[in-house]
Design a protein around this ligand. Structure first.
Ligand code: SF4
Length: 207
């Protein structure tokens, strides 16, 4: 399977061109932090949340969520609110170390009120993510939540059907699973938490 995120407008093309020209992670992060391709998000965000990479070398796997929330927007870092705390806990339970992961989002700016990112916003921000994945060159990706799963696996993806196994996409093993926010919503004994932990444990078994 090959990635074909939607490319809907000139702003998406401009982001893709700019991102593709970034020679490394630092250069990409510098230019992405001033991105204004999505006027509503650029006007309401506090930070462009570019993503985290390990300080000591190449990541072993990549985690990709949907978009920053309020805490992420305030701090400029991904997955640092309640969802992030649960993600860290479940990664540890699965035998994975967040310090060895790159942690990214499909959309780098917080949608107002935590609404779902709009299709043009996803299309515009795709240029950054595609280049990040190319630069990181990591063969294992965990896609958290439906927006992320659809970005990698296509718009008709159903999470309940896609989860539980690796999908080969552009030479990477992509594991689609529940977002930690769903695990919080359904509680500690809910099915999403158990499924997320099972999927992370399965990913750990491949590394
Ligand atoms: S969401 Fe992405 S494309 Fe849109 S303004 Fe933010 S960084 Fe740019």
């Amino acid at each position: 399977m090959a990635l074909r995120p939607p490319r809907l407008d000139a702003a998406a093309d401009e982001v893709a061109r700019t991102a593709a020209a970034a020679p490394d992670w630092t250069a990409l992060a510098d230019v992405a932090r001033s991105c204004v391709a999505c006027p509503e998000l650029a006007a309401t965000r506090q930070h462009v949340v570019v993503g985290d990479v390990p300080t000591g070398g190449r990541p072993r796997f990549v985690v990709v969520g949907e978009a920053p929330g309020a805490t992420e927007d305030e701090t400029g870092r991904p997955f640092v609110g309640r969802s992030g705390a649960l993600l860290d806990q479940l990664l540890a339970e699965a035998g994975l170390d967040r310090g060895q992961a790159a942690v990214l989002n499909i959309v780098k700016c917080r949608p107002p009120g935590n609404r779902t990112p709009k299709t043009p916003e996803v299309a515009r921000c795709s240029g950054w993510l595609r280049r990040q994945l190319d630069l990181l060159d990591v063969p294992v990706v965990v896609a958290l939540g439906l927006s992320s799963a659809k970005w990698f696996l296509g718009p008709r993806t159903k999470l309940a059907e896609a989860r539980g196994r690796a999908h080969q996409v552009d030479g990477r093993a992509v594991w689609a699973t529940y977002h930690p926010s769903a695990a919080i919503r359904f509680g500690p004994n809910g099915a999403p938490r158990a499924a997320l932990l099972a999927d992370l444990t399965a990913v750990a078994g491949t590394l």
